[in-house]
Design a protein. Structure first.
Length: 94
């Protein structure tokens, strides 16, 4: 599965959220989508107690994104990104 960096504006456009994910996962720093755009995700830096986090969302049958995976408290960005990419690949196999 191809996973590409899409940027914050495109992520928000695809998600069509009325609220901000940063409240839940921290300050978003990277945004990704699979090739078809039905799986999207972001990596975020939480406060001191939460470390690096990510969330992956999948489009359901009626076209709305739902949370598929949330993982918190990685020690550094690199570890979070490696785990995130593996999880994105796995989300595409369901």
């Amino acid at each position: 599965m191809v996973i590409k960096d899409i940027g914050r504006v495109e992520f928000i456009r695809r998600l069509s959220l009325q609220s901000d994910l940063e409240h839940f996962v921290g300050k978003e720093v990277e945004w990704f989508a699979n090739e078809t755009g039905n799986i999207i995700g972001t990596i975020a830096l939480g406060d001191k107690s939460r470390g690096w986090n990510y969330v992956i969302l999948r489009r359901n049958r009626i076209g709305k994104f739902r949370v598929s995976n949330v993982v918190c408290d990685f020690y550094n960005h690199a570890a979070a990104k490696v785990d995130f990419m593996i999880a994105m690949e796995g989300a595409g196999q369901h």
